[in-house]
Each structure stands twice: as C-alpha cells, then as structure tokens.
Design a protein around this ligand. Structure first.
Ligand SMILES: Nc1nc2c(ncn2[C@@H]2O[C@@H]3COP(=O)(O)O[C@H]4[C@@H](O)[C@H](n5cnc6c(=O)[nH]c(N)nc65)O[C@@H]4COP(=O)(O)O[C@H]3[C@H]2O)c(=O)[nH]1
Length: 517
C-alpha cells in the first residue's frame, strides 16, 4: 500500500511541489487571517469586559462613599478624623477622604480639620446629578498632579470626597488586557491612565467604549508588534494546518485521478461489452431530390458517471487504442438494425463516423469486408463519415487514396464530415472520391447574418456540385435556417428542426410518420 502510494506520488512530482507550495501559502494566509479575526474578537470581548468591570468598580466606589457619609457628622473632632483615616486605610481605592457641608466647604479630612471650598463646576455637577455624585481628575497637594476625585453628597447634606491615585482605578484593566495589548482610559478630556505596547509599533486595530455617566472613555488596541509576536507563536498551528491541507489536496487530487481512470475503465468495459448504444438521426431530402438517410451516433449512460458525451467517449477510445473496436461495434449494431427492420429501412443508407487514422490502417478495409459478409444487409447502404482535420502528409496521402478506393469497391459510401472546420481545404475534396459533403453546423448557425460565411458556403456548394457530391447541411434547427440552406442548393438536411437522434424503435416510428416516399 505504502509502496503504491509512494509510486503514485513520485510519478507526480510537479503536482506535489505545486500542492506543497500552494498549501503552505494558503495555510500561512489562513493562520494570518485566523489570528487577525481572533485578536479582533478577543479585543472586542475584553473591551466589553472592561466596561462592565469599570462600571461595577464605580458602583463600589459610591457604595463606599455613601457608607462614609451615613456615619459622619458636621464636626471634625479627633474621632471624626480617626474614622476617616480608618476608612481610607481599609479602602481599596482612596488614599485620602474629606467631608464637605451643605455649602460645599470641605471642613474635615483624614489628615485633620481643613477649610477648602469645592470648585463651582464640581458643585454644579453634584447638584445636577441624580445620584448627587461626580468624579474628576484634578491636582492634589498630597497625592500629586493627577488625582482621581470622587464626590458624593448624602441625603443629610453631608458630602464626602475621596482622593485616589489613577492607578487604583485603572489597575482592574491590567488584569483584563494582556501585557501586549494597549489601552488609554480618559476622564473627561484628560487621560486617567494608559498602557502602551513596549515596542511602540503602530496600531493594527482598536476598539472603544464609554461610561457616559462618568464621562469615561476607554480605547483599547492591538499593535502590529503584538500581532506578529503572536503569529510566530502560532507557527505549530500553521504547520499542522499546512500538513492537513496538503493531505486534503493530495487526497482530492488522487481521487480525481482515480475517478478519471475509473471512467476510463468504464468506457473500456462498455466498448468491450458492446454496452454503448447507437441512436439514429434522420437526414431529410429537400428540394425534391435525394433519399432519406440516417447518421448513427453513439449514446452511453454510465451507471456511475451518468450520460457521457460522444466526443468524450471517442477521445477516450482513441487514448485507450479502442477506437477501431468502437467503430466495428457501431457498424455491427447498424447491421443488426437493418436486419431487425428490413422493410422500414429498405431504401435508407446509414452513415457511421470513422476516425481518419483508422482508415490509414492496413487491416481496416479487410475487417470492414469481413463485417459486410457477416451483415450483407449493409452492402450498398453503409456510408462512412470521415472528419476533415489536418492536411495529409506526402506519405499518408497516396495510402489514403488507395484505402478510399478499396472501401468504395466494397460498396460503402464515403462522406466528408464537419467540412470547413479542418485545414484540408477545397483541394482535399478533389483528391478523394467522396459521395457526400456535410457542411458543419457552425456555418449553418451564422449563415444568415454573416456575408463571409455565405460566400464560403456558396463556393463549397459549387465545388460539391462540380465534383458530383451530394450536399448535406448539419445542425439545422430553425425554419429560416432550412430556407437558407435550401436557397443555397443543399440536397439534404440533418438537424433538430426535423428530428433529434433517436433510439431504434423511435426512429422507425418517426420514419413511418414523416417519410415521404
Ligand atoms: N446543436 C445541434 N446539434 C445537432 C443538430 N443536429 C445534430 N446535432 C448533433 O451534431 C452532431 C453531429 O455529429 P458529428 O458532426 O458527426 O459529431 C459527432 C462525431 O464527431 C462524434 N461521434 C458520435 N458518434 C460517433 C461514433 O460512433 N464514432 C466516432 N468516431 N465518432 C462519433 O461525436 C460528435 C458529437 O455527436 P453528438 O453529440 O451525437 O452530436 C451530433 C448530433 O446530435 C442540431 O440541429 N443542433
């Protein structure tokens, strides 16, 4: 098993190199994108978490201040100072506490009696607030130039103000944001606290939130540096992703090849077992000349692959070296068809597509003669359609001419198929004893609109007449096309306008209903 797998991989080195590079790039891209999305989401979650934590913290601050006002009086005796001192000692936030009266004058602090008036702006914010509370960032003589102040006025008129270093408010953010995330916490227009990425690289993306009740804003961000540091940490994941993708691509690739090869197998089996069907498409005389004829066309419905197109079967048969077997199978089925419906098919010739390379083979005419003795009904009624493709070389040309003469001598007709699509040109026609010339359907499609096509078809028609060939137009689908080819002087017409290729019984019914003797 391992040996077979190795052989398979070694035989497809280019594909393996391509897959490894492609999957490496793709997994790198996936990891980079995945990390970006992950960090974006993570930052968003942490910012929301920070908002809740800050909000809870502010609630706790004011519960603490409320308790202090509830226990305070309008005096500043030693025991009042001690109580404030004790409260600030046990407070997780405040380093200093002060009491103010109904005139907004601070009369007592944890440091002792004091007499300071609150700023008017603070007073008006307290008065305008529903909870009679506010916060501010101001200078303090004892805690420094950036000190967090929280004010609360109780129902008894006594107010308390707490002073805290900004870090005690923002320390909660450090437990929420990892060390390589940055943030900036603002109070009003001033920065309460900020943390920057140590590398000072620029911001990759950021998130923001605000606590409107306290005029607080938080901007959090991830820098390029934090992103790339984590990217390298994700390297093992990238390698796992690479290996998985590589295995996946290789398996898909191997399955595709297996599928193709198994379709190959199916075609091979179908030809060998004569399991390919033959349908027949009528060729109808117009202009009151010529006889009805039919073209035999292969049809195959694979049990595993569904309907497989005839050109694909032909191409596959060529690759498998089974194209001759396919031809003989079709000719035998035509012979069998004549035998099954002698009366209905009496005056009708049937043409079979033949690969031109088959004709060059020495044994071709011999095998054909053998089949004609097997099915004498084919004599004088079988025609071979040869597709015009490339110009024959100097060696093949005389061989082909002699093969054609041999075939004609067997009483088998010859027609040139899809004329105009190959490279052989008009000169090709003069050299070979064709009976019929089939104009390719691409010309019919553009016959009316394209002057150039009309000119080509006119000269083809003229030449065919000169060489005594019958002219058949393929692919006529509409009445206007029929009229156009009729005007051109075409003898017979094959196309969906009259009939699609049909199975044996159906085409017999069609002939009985439509054939005008
Ligand atoms: N759009 C359109 N198409 C029309 C119309 N009238 C007929 N056709 C289609 O045109 C094709 C004519 O056959 P072809 O040129 O020999 O082209 C054939 C022929 O080259 C090849 N082929 C079919 N059967 C055999 C075979 O037994 N042996 C070989 N060697 N080749 C075959 O496969 C080709 C395709 O065959 P099909 O799919 O059966 O397609 C057929 C037919 O169904 C029409 O009005 N409109």
């Amino acid at each position: 098993m391992l040996h077979t797998t190795m052989d398979f991989l070694l035989a497809r080195k280019k594909a393996i190199v391509f897959f490894s590079l492609f999957t490496l790039l793709f997994s790198g891209f996936l990891t980079a994108l995945g990390l970006y999305v992950f960090l974006l989401n993570d930052l968003n979650n942490r910012t929301t978490q920070a908002k809740h934590a800050l909000s809870t913290q502010m609630d706790e601050i004011f519960i603490e201040l409320k308790q202090i006002t509830d226990n305070s009086a309008l005096s500043c005796e030693q025991e009042d100072v001690d109580r404030l001192r004790k409260s600030s000692f046990y407070s997780p936030f405040f380093k200093e506490l002060g009491l103010f009266n109904g005139d907004y004058k601070v009369y007592c602090s944890s440091l002792g009696p004091i007499n300071i008036s609150l700023y008017k702006s603070i007073v008006s914010r307290i008065q305008n607030s529903q909870e009679r509370s506010t916060v501010s960032l101001m200078d303090s003589n004892t805690l420094g130039e950036s000190t967090f102040f929280a004010f609360y006025q109780g129902e008894n008129g006594i107010g308390v103000n707490g002073l805290a270093p900004p870090q005690s408010i923002s320390s909660i953010l450090d437990s929420i944001f990892p060390s390589d995330y940055g943030y900036e916490l603002t109070l009003g227009k001033r920065i309460l606290s900020s943390k920057q990425d140590s590398s000072d690289s620029s911001v990759l993306f950021q998130d923001a939130m605000s606590l409107d009740d306290w005029s607080m804003g938080l901007v959090s961000y991830v820098s390029y540096n934090a992103y790339w540091e984590r990217f390298w940490l994700f390297m093992p994941l990238l390698i796992v992703c690479w290996i998985l993708l590589f295995v996946l691509c290789s398996v898909i690739y191997a399955l595709r090849i297996y599928y193709r090869e198994s379709l190959r197998h199916c075609v091979k089996r179908a030809i060998r077992q004569s399991a390919i069907d033959v349908h027949f498409q009528p060729i109808v005389p117009i202009n009151g000349r010529g006889k009805y004829a039919m073209e035999a066309l292969i049809r195959w419905h694979s049990p595993y692959h569904g309907n497989v197109s005839p050109p694909f079967i032909v191409e596959m048969s060529e690759k498998l070296g089974l194209i001759d077997e396919l031809t003989w199978m079709v000719i035998r089925k035509v012979g069998f068809f004549y035998r099954a419906y002698p009366k209905q098919l009496s005056g009708i010739s049937i043409s079979v597509n033949v690969d031109r390379h088959s004709l060059l083979k020495q044994e071709f005419a011999g095998t054909l003669a053998h089949i004609l003795t097997e099915y004498p009904e084919l004599k004088g009624r079988l025609a071979l359609e040869v597709t015009e493709t490339s110009v024959l070389n100097a060696i093949d040309l005389p061989v082909m001419v002699s093969r054609f003469e041999h075939i004609k001598a067997l009483g088998v007709g010859l027609s040139v198929d899809d004329f105009g699509t190959g490279y052989a040109g008009l000169d090709f026609l003069r050299r070979f004893p064709y009976d019929t010339l089939k104009l390719d359907q691409v010309f019919i499609g553009s016959l009316q609109d394209d002057q150039f096509t009309r000119q080509i078809l006119t000269s083809m028609t003229k030449l065919a007449k000169e060489l005594n060939m019958e002219l058949v137009a393929e692919g006529v689908e509409r009445e206007d096309q029929l009229e156009a080819v009729r005007a051109l002087g075409v003898d017979r017409v094959q196309g969906y306008y009259f009939c699609r290729p049909l199975p044996e019984q159906d085409v017999i019914v069609w002939l009985e209903q439509n054939m005008i003797q």
